[in-house]
Design a protein around this ligand. Structure first.
Ligand code: FMN
Length: 418
């Protein structure tokens, strides 16, 4: 039986180990994680989700504090339409993160950035344009368009000098979404360099409704491969979602995929940005501890661990400091839910809000534990220590396990003495 290392992904003149670590916001897929993938000959992702927060944490800027100071007058106002991002600051934050990452890059692999369209930021087009342009200016190898149909996203950067040389890809969850994207972009004469096909078992937001369990990644991948074959389009297809072993990955490569995108197995690595105690929650999670719910204000279903502290938490909306999910009219469905609960419980010091969550605040604080369905198998990928905790893995260990394992085996790490 073949293993992943028997295959290579060709992107232009690059020949890569066909393993891509998916973008995980907010800084869960850190530069360190992405750089390991690149060093090992694959592709890693950083993410530009809540880039001002990432910049403040890592590069000592004060974007969040200064934005809050600017809009503090509006904190008790339901109307958030005046709470705008400063585009210059977004450029600066993106440049800092991308440049700091790319200058440390070693090896033959690549580092891409994950850009989610659903981060509408109270000015969807303008903010997405500067995020993508700044990433290209700062030398990112490629951009993966995520969380949205991105029908107009290529056009936003068509005048950028790197539009035709940087690698640009899109995540879709159906052949229909890919067809729409290609149709809308036909006049630009610029095909995507790769297409990630994300199935219903992935982490983060899902490109499916609450009937997600009716869908199956292998079937969607087969449909996309058939469509591209019929159209004579040689675009590498990269399945994602629930690919847990090297053999799972090799099966897709044998079926004609160009690479695989994986994420969940890397959430419990040293390089992953989740706090250490949250990584233990991922290890401990059983199947029945994981749910897909509709509390994300984006409107997309999202998978998470049921014990996430952000679920039900009725904090005051923090749009003046963050505001990444404000739509083009300055609205976010969490604000509506929060105000409804406050009106219903005028005497309460703190309300509970169950139907939506303040995703910006909780993702920033790592209090929404979004995860893939296979998180319940992570405990089988490591050893338990004397105190009952699970030993973290190195990204290199997990990457190489995907690359070389056969027969659905998962290589355990050497037990560390502590
Ligand atoms: C913790 C976590 C956060 C994620 N965040 C994002 C994100 O910000 N943007 C995105 O496009 N995909 C996100 N994803 C999806 C992954 O990039 C990837 O496509 C998917 O999880 C692969 O499936 P797997 O986790 O079963 O390997 C996230 C996944 C996880 C586990």
């Amino acid at each position: 039986m073949k293993r992943v290392d028997d295959f290579r992904l060709r992107l232009g003149k690059h020949e890569l180990v066909p393993i891509m670590i998916g973008g995980m916001g907010v800084d869960i897929s850190t530069a360190d994680l992405a750089l390991e993938a690149a060093r090992l000959g694959g592709i890693g992702h950083i993410s530009d989700a809540m880039i001002n927060t990432v910049s403040d944490r890592r590069y000592d800027t004060k974007h969040v504090k200064e934005k809050l100071a600017l809009f503090k007058y509006n904190v008790n106002n339901e109307d958030k339409s005046s709470v705008k991002f400063d585009l210059g600051r977004l450029v600066e934050a993106t440049r800092l993160h991308v440049e700091a990452t790319m200058t440390r890059k070693r090896g033959d692999g690549m580092v891409f950035i994950n850009c989610m369209e659903k981060l509408t930021m109270n000015a969807p087009k303008e903010t997405l344009k500067v995020r993508m342009s700044a990433a290209l200016d700062a030398g990112i190898d490629g951009i993966t368009l995520a969380a949205g149909l991105h029908l107009g996203s290529f056009a936003l950067i068509e005048d950028h000098p790197r539009f035709r040389d940087a690698k640009l890809g899109i995540i879709v969850s159906s052949v229909r979404a890919l067809q729409l994207f290609l149709k809308k972009n036909a006049k630009l004469n610029r095909l995507p360099d790769y297409v990630v096909v994300e199935g219903p078992l992935a982490g983060g937001h899902l490109g499916f409704g609450m009937d997600w369990s009716q869908y199956d990644l292998a079937t969607i991948v087969a449909e996309v491969l058939q469509f591209l074959h019929d159209e004579q389009l040689a675009i590498p297809v990269i399945p994602a979602g629930g690919i847990f072993t090297g053999s799972d990955a090799a099966a897709f490569l044998e079926q004609g995929a160009g690479a695989v995108q994986v994420a969940t197995r890397f959430t419990v690595t040293d390089e992953c940005g989740l706090p250490a105690e949250v990584k233990q929650e991922y290890f401990k999670a059983r199947d029945e501890d994981i749910e897909v719910n509709q509390i994300s204000p984006t409107g997309y279903p999202m998978r998470m661990i049921k014990g996430s502290p952000g679920i039900g938490d009725g904090i005051r909306p923090n749009c003046e400091a963050y505001g990444y999910l404000l739509d083009a009219n300055g609205k976010c469905s969490y604000i509506t839910s929060y105000n409804r609960e406050v009106a219903a419980h005028p005497e309460a010091r703190k309300v509970k809000v169950w139907d939506k969550t303040c995703l910006c605040t909780h993702m920033r604080n790592f209090d929404i534990w979004t995860c893939g369905q296979t998180t319940s198998r992570l405990k089988d990928t490591t050893v338990q220590q004397a105190d009952g905790s699970y030993q973290l893995l190195s990204a290199e260990h997990v990457f190489r396990d995907y690359q070389f394992s056969t027969d659905h085996q998962v290589a355990l790490p050497q037990a560390q003495s502590r």
